[in-house]
Design a binder for this molecule. Structure first.
Ligand SMILES: Cc1cc2nc3c(=O)[nH]c(=O)nc-3n(C[C@H](O)[C@H](O)[C@H](O)COP(=O)(O)OP(=O)(O)OC[C@H]3O[C@@H](n4cnc5c(N)ncnc54)[C@H](O)[C@@H]3O)c2cc1C
Ligand SMILES: NC(=O)c1ccc[n+]([C@@H]2O[C@H](COP(=O)([O-])OP(=O)(O)OC[C@H]3O[C@@H](n4cnc5c(N)ncnc54)[C@H](OP(=O)(O)O)[C@@H]3O)[C@@H](O)[C@H]2O)c1
Length: 284
C-alpha cells in the first residue's frame, strides 16, 4: 500500500527543505532476526486510536533523478502498542528489496519517521459482539495488532479467556511475541490497572512450520485434527461463546474464514459487530 504525495519540490524551491511532514522521533529499536525488528517512537499529542488499528508510516523517498522531487514513501502498519501508551510501537518485516523496509530496517534512536495520524482498521473490540473467549490468530508480523490488544485492559474486562496463536516459519520469529507475553506477568502498571494476575487469562499457542520447536504445524491443520483444542483444553469455536480476530497472510486468512463459517461464526465490522474480524498482515 503506497501513498505518493509530493511535499516539496527541490528543483523549484531549493531552500524549502522542510522537516519531515508528520515527523515522529524514534526512541527505541530492537532487532530479532534478519527479517524482523520492532521500534518505538514519539506519539502525536492529539492522536487517539483504538487498540488493534493501523496507520500509515514511512520515510522520505530518494529524490527523483530528473525533477529532484522528494515524496514520502508510506506503508500500512498495525500499531503494536496499546491505546493508552504515551509512545507508539511497531513490529516490522525487513524485505531486502522492499521500497520502505530496505531503509526502515536501518533506523536508529533519534531518527525521524513519518506518521500519518489517521488510525483505521477492523481488529477492534467494537466490531465484536460480547462473548466468553477471544481468539487472536496470527502468522508472522500479523502478531502486531495483538501486541496492542494483549496490553489493552478492555480485552480482559470483556473476556474470561484470551487465546493467542502465532504460526511462523522459524522459532526465532516467535521471540517478539513470546517476550511480550512473558513481560505481562511482571508489568506492574497493567497488573494494577487490570487486576493482579490478569495475564493468567492468556493461553499462548506458538507453532512453527519449517524449524523444529515444541509445537510444529500450521494452526489451521492443528485445529482441523483437533490437536490444538486438545492442547489448549477448550472446545472448537462456537458462535455462543467464542470471538476471534485474524491477522496473517492471505491464504491463512481465507482458510480460517472458511473454517469459521463451518463453525457458524459470522464476520463482523465496525458498523456491524459479529463473531469474528479479519485483516491482512500484508498485501501480496
Ligand atoms: C493493514 C495492513 C497492516 C500492516 N501492518 C504491518 C505491520 O504491522 N508490520 C509489517 O512489517 N508490515 C505490515 N504491513 C505490510 C506493510 O504495509 C509493508 O508491505 C511492509 O512494511 C513492506 O514494505 P516495503 O515497501 O519494504 O515492501 P512492499 O513492496 O510493501 O512489499 C514487498 C513484498 O514483501 C512481502 N511483505 C510485505 N510485508 C510483509 C510482512 N509484514 N510480512 C511478510 N512479508 C511481507 C510481500 O510479499 C510483498 O509483496 C501491513 C499491511 C497492511 C495492508
Ligand atoms: N520466513 C522466512 O524465513 C522467509 C525468508 C525469505 C523470504 N521469505 C518470503 O517472505 C514472504 C513472507 O514470509 P513469512 O514467513 O513472513 O510469511 P508467510 O509465508 O505468510 O508464512 C508465515 C507462516 O504462516 C504459515 N501459513 C501460510 N499459509 C498458511 C495457511 N493457509 N494456513 C495456516 N498457516 C499458513 C506458514 O506456514 P508454511 O511454512 O507451511 O507455509 C508460516 O509458518 C514470503 O513471500 C516468503 O517467500 C520468507
Amino acid at each position: 500500500m503506497t501513498e505518493m504525495t509530493p511535499v516539496t519540490d527541490t528543483a523549484t524551491a531549493p531552500k524549502a527543505v522542510p522537516a519531515l511532514p508528520d515527523a515522529q522521533t524514534v526512541t527505541e529499536v530492537k532487532h530479532y532476526t534478519d527479517r524482523l525488528f520492532s521500534f518505538r517512537c514519539t506519539r502525536p499529542a492529539s492522536m487517539r486510536f483504538r487498540s488493534g488499528e493501523f496507520v500509515m508510516i514511512g520515510l522520505m523517498g530518494d529524490p527523483h533523478p530528473e525533477t529532484g522531487k522528494v515524496k514520502p514513501l508510506l506503508r500500512a502498519y498495525s500499531i503494536a502498542s496499546p491505546s493508552w501508551d504515551e509512545e507508539l510501537e511497531f513490529y516490522s518485516i525487513k524485505v531486502q528489496d522492499g521500497p520502505l523496509t530496505s531503509k526502515l530496517q536501518h533506523i536508529k534512536v533519534g531518527d525521524e519517521i513519518i506518521l500519518r495520524p489517521k488510525p483505521v482498521g477492523t481488529l477492534v473490540h467494537d466490531a465484536l459482539l460480547p462473548g466468553k473467549r477471544i481468539w487472536f490468530f496470527a502468522t508472522g508480523t500479523g502478531f502486531a495488532p495483538f501486541a496492542s490488544l494483549l496490553r489493552e485492559p478492555q480485552t480482559y474486562e470483556d473476556y474470561d479467556e484470551v487465546i493467542i496463536t502465532h504460526t511462523c516459519r522459524e522459532a526465532g520469529e516467535l521471540t517478539y511475541g513470546r517476550d511480550l507475553i512473558e513481560a505481562l506477568k511482571t508489568d506492574e502498571l497493567l497488573n494494577e490497572v487490570i487486576g493482579e494476575g490478569f495475564w493468567k487469562k492468556i493461553k499462548y499457542y506458538p507453532t512453527t512450520t519449517r524449524e523444529e520447536s515444541p509445537k510444529m504445524g500450521r494452526i489451521t491443520d492443528l485445529m482441523k485434527t483437533g490437536e490444538a483444542f486438545k492442547d489448549l483444553g477448550v472446545p472448537p469455536l462456537n458462535p455462543e461463546s467464542d470471538r476471534a480476530m485474524i491477522c496473517g497472510n492471505m491464504a491463512f486468512n481465507l482458510e480460517l474464514k472458511d473454517m469459521f463459517e463451518e463453525y457458524g461464526l459470522v464476520e463482523g465490522a465496525n458498523s456491524n459487530p459479529q463473531h469474528y474480524v479479519v485483516e491482512k498482515a500484508f498485501l501480496d
